[in-house]
Write a protein that binds this ligand. Structure first.
Ligand SMILES: Cc1cc2nc3c(=O)[nH]c(=O)nc-3n(C[C@H](O)[C@H](O)[C@H](O)COP(=O)(O)OP(=O)(O)OC[C@H]3O[C@@H](n4cnc5c(N)ncnc54)[C@H](O)[C@@H]3O)c2cc1C
Length: 495
């Protein structure tokens, strides 16, 4: 008899939220829920934290999450800031694209990210339950029943809500019968990490765009570098093989001194057919996967956790109505589709044959010369261009940007976002008076909600922006009617 079946055992408590998988995304969700007072349980099949080399690039929107979770300072101490992307063309020409402080990623190996998040979780009173594997999931009577196996035996956990963060081969996803729609990416990649000698700019990611093949090359903390490029199947996974790749496709003066790892990998481009089944949500690689080129996967997953956690915590704590959870899927599906599209195109550009590679390099020069790379591509890769469908507004409210104000579903510009650094709904009013929003002598009104904090910025133009806990705009406008719509929006979603 397993301990869960022991009649002398006290009846199990229902946990408000069970998280499956303590990869970085599950850990971030656990931290965010604990921060909001929801004591989520988190179970992990592996006995030890994963030490493999995977995500290294953390983009600025992710760093904002790290700030909220209290791990940014330590991450910045351990990591390495990237200031530029250098595209080295076959002609020997170098296109240097300065990223600008708002787009600079931090290079930090995934195992360190996970460690920081797990430590933060422990500070918040949570704990990863290791060697606990979820083997079955079912939903009935408004609860989720989860069967887990561990060295102690089998246990049946009952939860109000379940978050599946169990990675690309998600067992929960398959138990829920959710299709993982997409296909295998035809390219095959080598990924090596170690130390090299030779002169290179450490604060840049280097793309060597040759006519017969490309490599990407970036410095990592502690004097290590990462080298990656598409290779034919069977390519030698040795120091000689990596050196040959560097010699043939790189600048020609870099020597491998020592390798920590050489691996090969291929990837898939897939998005789950749905991100929610009843009381179960998919986040992270369980929800989507794509080529790691461009360093997007972990960032996308952490934004899933960020999007879901304030909504779920609000519902569990009784401050938000359950209907708010309906917005998770359309918002995050749109974000996933955008990233999968972007990485798909980026991968194709990176792996072109010789003739097309020549055209690519000419086009890339033109994009750099006209500033398109800097103005459009850099913020796209940084993750700033994700825009949510406006599912919270009333259907008749047109989706538009009112007189220069940020539209619903977007992030407010930096100058406004900085005035709003708090964790709940935030109302920013703009106008000449410092007591509220005034237009042609009339107050726009007052938004009532216990969840709201208010800031006013004195300026000639009048308006308001209502920002959600995850930093996205919920409503904006300049007229009393728009202000009333924002009031109704808050009333609809708050309990
Ligand atoms: C080579 C490579 C390079 C990459 N580079 C980047 C990059 O630079 N930037 C970037 O953003 N992304 C990158 N990625 C992607 C990134 O690594 C993933 O997106 C990220 O690991 C996803 O995190 P996750 O928490 O969703 O899943 P995972 O990290 O896979 O974690 C899932 C966890 O669930 C556990 N689990 C699985 N099944 C069960 C079960 N039944 N019961 C309990 N626990 C279970 C697993 O043991 C695991 O710990 C890269 C990926 C690869 C392969």
């Amino acid at each position: 008899m397993t301990h869960a079946e022991d009649p002398d055992r006290p009846a199990q408590q229902v946990v408000p939220v069970l998280i499956v998988g303590a990869g970085p995304v599950g850990l971030a969700a656990a931290c965010a829920l604990h921060r909001r007072g929801v004591p989520a349980r988190i179970v992990e099949a592996a006995a030890e934290p994963n030490r493999g080399s995977r995500a290294v690039q953390l983009h600025p929107p992710t760093l904002q999450i790290f700030r909220e979770l209290g791990v940014l300072d330590e991450a910045e101490k351990l990591g390495l800031k990237v200031r530029a992307t250098n595209y080295h063309l076959a002609s020997g020409r170098r296109l240097r694209v300065e990223l600008g402080s708002e787009n600079e990623p931090l290079m930090l190996p995934q195992e360190q990210t996970s460690r920081l998040l797990e430590e933060a979780l422990e500070r918040l009173g949570g704990r990863v339950e290791r060697s606990v594997r979820v083997v079955d999931v079912s939903e009935s009577d408004g609860r989720v029943s989860v069967k887990v196996e561990s060295p102690e035996g089998t246990e049946l956990i009952t939860a109000d809500w379940l978050i599946a963060a169990d990675g690309v081969r998600s067992h929960v996803r398959s138990r829920l019968g959710i299709e993982f729609v997409g296909e295998q990416v035809p390219a095959h990649f080598l990924l090596a990490e170690g130390r090299i000698s030779g002169d290179f700019e450490p604060e840049a990611v280097h793309y060597f765009l040759g006519h017969t093949g490309s490599i990407v090359f970036a410095a990592m903390p502690q004097g290590r570098v990462r080298i990656s490029g598409a290779v034919p199947p069977g390519y030698p996974l040795t120091a000689e093989g990596v050196q040959q790749l560097l010699d043939e496709r790189g600048p020609g003066h870099l020597r491998i001194l020592e390798l920590d790892t050489v691996n090969e990998f291929s990837s898939q481009e897939r998005i789950a057919a749905t991100l929610r089944s009843g009381r179960c949500f998919l986040i992270g690689d369980a929800a989507h996967t794509h080529s790691p080129l461009g360093g997007q996967g972990l960032n996308l997953g952490l934004q899933d956790a960020h999007n879901l956690s304030w909504k779920l915590a609000g519902v569990v704590n009784g401050t938000l109505r359950p209907a708010i959870l309906d917005s998770y899927e359309p918002e995050r599906l749109q974000a996933a589709a955008q990233i999968v599209r972007t990485t798909h195109r980026f991968l194709r550009v990176f792996t072109l044959g010789p003739a097309a590679a020549r055209l690519r390099n000419s086009a890339w020069s033109a994009l750099e010369a006209t500033g398109v790379l800097r103005r459009w591509f850099v913020p796209l890769l940084a993750g700033w261009r994700v825009r949510y469908p406006d599912v919270l507004s009333e259907p008749q409210v047109a989706r538009r940007s009112a007189q220069g104000l940020p539209a619903p579903g977007t992030r407010p510009p930096r100058r406004l976002a900085e005035a709003l650094a708090a964790a709940e709904f935030r109302l920013l009013t703009l106008g000449p008076a410092n007591h509220g929003v005034v237009q042609r002598g009339r107050d726009l009104g007052v938004l009532h909600s216990d969840l709201l904090t208010h800031r006013h910025i004195q300026q000639p133009g009048v308006g308001f922006v209502l920002v959600r806990p995850d930093g996205y705009v919920a409503a904006s406008g300049t007229t009393p009617a728009e202000f009333e719509q924002a009031q109704r929006l808050l009333a609809r979603i708050t309990a």
